[in-house]
Write a new protein. Structure first.
Length: 317
């Protein structure tokens, strides 16, 4: 496992399997920015392998089929275009699980964005989790673990991937780049500690994101034009909105500059905060509506995330 913060979980899963005490259902939050998908893919391969050692052997028939994407005992479900995963899909899955013989030993099901399952779909899956077919492993990866039905959660082993400390991230980045990261690169890491994989991609592609927090702060403080949003882009603007509000709250509370996600904000924000007299509870309220907006936009399909984010900004002005 190349990503050091995923190693503890990987070792747990691997050891549990080796000692034949692995639970049959696992919940690992969908956090591709932290590399959760790489961990899950590696775990799926391990479960399918006929002669696993420290990891999947890569040579057995089962490994070759998995690598070719045509393993008959592997079932991958996902939400398409952010649409809900309906009960029909789950019923088809459970019927396939019951009626097809495993060809190589275990069967593996990975339901990505599992929180997009409708309640009926989740209940249909619950039945299968309660009475699983032999040697069947389930991996559910929801955006937010808390948004899965409690009954479903109670049937699974929940794994949490915690973002690593900044010093570990810096070390990892230097190792990966085989040089000292630049000041700009380090600042990116500091601003996105929850998304190191994403940061690495930006650096490798030399495609640095526009600094959305500064763009927002400039629009707000300077009463300038607010950004236009694409439909697909709202999530990162919502991130930036949360980051900005969080930092403004920290500045207002007089926390030291090291505790800011974006230290460069301080000089701009201080005089503005003094002039505006916005209360801490007001900032907290706005933050809460950001969280609520994210929940709503990810849980309900067909909503226009860009419009929702813009209506948040309208309340700040
Ligand atoms: Zn193998």
């Amino acid at each position: 496992m190349q990503l050091p913060w995923l190693r503890p979980l990987w070792l747990t899963l691997r050891n549990d399997l080796a000692q034949q005490r692995l639970s049959h259902a696992h919940c690992i939050a969908w956090q591709p920015e932290l590399g959760s998908d790489r961990l899950i893919q590696q775990f799926v391969r391990l479960l399918l392998c006929q002669q696993p050692q420290q990891q999947a052997c890569g040579r057995c028939k089962s490994c070759l089929l998995a690598a070719a994407g045509s393993h008959p005992d592997y079932y991958a479900l996902d939400s398409v275009d952010d649409k809900a995963i309906g009960v029909d899909v789950i019923r088809e899955l459970t019927s396939q699980l019951q009626h097809t013989a495993n060809q190589f030993g275990g069967k593996v099901v990975w339901i990505n964005q599992a929180d997009r399952m409708t309640v009926t779909a989740a209940n249909a899956l619950l039945k299968t989790l309660e009475e699983p077919t032999a040697d069947t492993y389930f991996i559910l990866s929801p955006r937010r673990v808390s948004s899965l039905l409690p009954t479903l959660r109670s049937r699974m082993q929940i794994h949490v991937i915690s973002p690593p400390e900044l010093s570990i991230l810096q070390q990892w980045l230097a190792q990966h780049l085989q040089r000292h990261p630049s000041a700009v690169e380090l600042q990116l890491l500091q601003q996105h500690p929850q998304a190191p994989v994403q940061v690495l991609r930006w650096i490798e592609n030399n495609d640095f994101p526009a600094d959305r927090v500064t763009v927002l702060a400039t629009a707000w403080f300077g009463q300038q034009r607010w950004p236009d949003l694409d439909r697909g882009d709202w999530s990162s603007w919502l991130d930036a909105s949360e980051q900005l509000l969080g930092d403004l709250l920290r500045i207002q509370q007089g926390l030291p500059v090291e505790q800011l996600r974006q230290p460069s904000l301080l000089a701009m924000a201080k005089p503005w905060l003094k002039q505006q007299q916005i209360s801490a509870s007001q900032f907290s309220e706005w933050l809460k509506s950001c969280y609520a907006t994210r929940k709503m936009a990810t849980e309900q399909s067909g909503l226009n995330g860009a419009l929702l984010v813009q209506s948040l900004w309208a309340r700040w002005r």
